[in-house]
Design a protein around this ligand. Structure first.
Ligand code: NAD
Ligand code: MG
Length: 396
């Protein structure tokens, strides 16, 4: 029996994870559920999954959570605050942790799970973008494992030789791997010109053609920053240099990514665009379990298309490659600036195209520094956010 902590249980990945867990009560049990501040959604999940611990990150909501759980007849332990989320990730209530909090807010709990030697199922890409080497070092020292849940990285993991476990570097060259090819749907605005993107609203940006996701990652998919973050994530997970990572736009989202070998072979992982496949793979690895995903009917698929990304219109992808090449803490600066810019866009305070401008300006203001430890990284994250907010204020 696997005891699973689902961090960010009320989100899109959290919901898909709990769906897979509920299909296999003989194998998996959700023992810890955490949420930011949506008490109602967390209580509903607790009623259904009966965890041993429920944590609400916003400490002001603890009393309400406890009251509502009692009223619903759920008698689990209740905790609150960000430190409680982090403690839950390392607690002996779980042996597997699904890191599905969005943004840098997930870093502390992801690191805590890694240090505690948990089997870490990583959806929270921002934490590996920010702290790649530190996180992988924590996984190796903790003695656990990191299994990627992001669909592209899960696909790469499935197509790579078995010695290419995340963090076990440098295995790619020994395995005869020449190139990692990340597929991108292109987002809702694929094919549009910059002029056509001037008046994009948050609602339009959040309407992804193939995936239903949280609002932040939906905007990242629309700007292609999501693919940029994923390039950095792939670099850290598998030890691939920037030049050995390519992005190809594949609008159908049926091929989730590919690995090219020295002999010319290209291995791809295919499946319907449903995150439960990657989540089930990560939960059960190295075994396989049913995920509730409809079988892929190739004869019913539209012809598979491939095209190069438009880096001039979707500048965020180019900026992510730039940050990866700069190295050090540049990816953390990129991520922090992007989080602030996306927040402003979602609040109606920043035009869609200006997200890239804010990220570019913050990167220019804060040249890359070497990553020393988590504390200095978090300080850099804070400084980058402050710079982004100042640039936003001056622009408005
Ligand atoms: P979401 O917005 O739907 O859910 C986010 C979850 O995190 C919620 O449970 C929320 O309560 C919690 N949360 C938010 N801010 C928090 C904070 N400050 N402290 C504690 N908890 C907080 O997001 P999502 O789409 O499920 O994405 C989650 C992560 O997974 C992101 O990093 C995203 O990039 C990644 N991811 C998502 C998908 C997808 O299909 N949705 C695919 C690949 C990777
Ligand atoms: Mg992805």
């Amino acid at each position: 029996m696997n005891n699973v902590a689902v961090l960010g249980a009320t989100g899109s990945i959290g919901g898909s994870t709990l769906d897979v867990i509920a299909r296999h009560p003989d194998r998996f049990r959700a023992t810890v559920l955490t949420a930011h501040r949506n008490v109602e959604a967390l209580v509903a999940l607790c009623v259904q999954h009966r965890p041993q611990l429920a944590v609400i990150a916003d400490a002001a909501m603890q009393a309400e959570l406890a009251r509502r759980l009692r009223a619903a007849g759920v008698h689990c332990e209740v905790a609150s605050g960000h430190a409680a989320v982090t403690a839950a990730a390392a607690s002996n209530l779980c042996d597997t942790v699904v890191a599905a909090i969005v943004g840098a807010a997930g870093l502390a709990s992801t690191l805590a799970a890694a240090r505690a030697g948990k089997r870490l199922l990583l959806a929270n890409k921002e934490s590996i973008v920010m702290a790649g080497p530190l996180l992988l070092d924590a996984v190796n020292r903790g003695g656990g494992a990191l299994i990627p849940v992001d669909s592209e990285h899960n696909a790469l993991f499935q197509c790579l030789p078995p010695q290419c476990l995340p963090g076990q570097q440098p295995a790619l060259r020994k395995g005869g791997v020449r190139r990692l090819i990340l597929t991108a749907s292109g987002g809702p605005f694929r094919g549009r010109t910059r002029a056509q993107l001037a008046d994009i609203t948050p609602e339009q940006a959040c309407k992804h053609p193939n995936w239903v996701m949280g609002r932040k990652i939906s905007v990242d998919s629309a700007t292609l920053m999501n693919k940029g973050l994923e390039v950095i994530e792939a670099h850290h997970l598998f030890g691939a240099p920037a030049d050995a990572i390519d992005v190809v736009v594949h609008p159908q989202s049926l091929i989730h990514s590919m690995v090219e070998y020295d002999d010319g072979s290209v291995l791809a992982q295919l499946g319907n665009p449903d995150m439960r496949t990657a989540i089930a793979h990560a939960l059960a690895w190295p075994e396989r379990v049913e995920a509730g995903v409809a079988p892929l009917d190739l004869t019913a698929c539209a012809p598979l298309q491939f095209e190069p990304p438009d880096l001039l219109t979707f500048r965020c992808l180019a900026l992510a490659f730039q940050a990866l090449r700069e190295g050090g803490d540049a990816p953390a600066v990129l991520n922090a600036a992007n989080e602030i810019a996306v927040e402003a866009f979602l609040a109606g305070a920043l035009p869609f195209l200006s997200i890239a401008d804010v990220v570019e300006a913050v990167l220019a203001e804060l040249p890359a520094q070497a990553v020393v430890d988590v504390e200095s990284l978090c300080e850099r994250d804070r400084v980058a956010r402050e710079a982004a907010r100042r640039i936003l204020r001056n622009a408005c």
